[in-house]
Ligand binder design. Structure first.
Ligand SMILES: [Zn+2]
Length: 67
């Protein structure tokens, strides 16, 4: 599971079209911030496990995700 500060990719894109999120809180519920629009959401742990496609550590973010 991702840790605080990780960048993750979810299978289902956000309403804004972005699918990259930063983890802002971990626990029973995970807090995620959409990197595209900056919106914060809460996702139950089980739901996140289902939606999680990829974990990108924040250290790797620079360079690997440039478009
Ligand atoms: Zn968004």
């Amino acid at each position: 599971m991702p840790v605080n500060g990780d960048i993750i990719i979810l299978k289902k894109p956000h309403a804004c079209g972005g699918n990259e999120w930063q983890v802002t809180r971990t626990g029973m519920d995970f807090g995620l911030r959409c990197l595209q629009c900056g919106r914060n959401i809460m996702l139950p742990r089980r739901e996140l496990q289902r939606q999680l496609k990829e974990i990108i550590s924040k250290d790797k973010k620079e360079g690997t995700l440039e478009k």
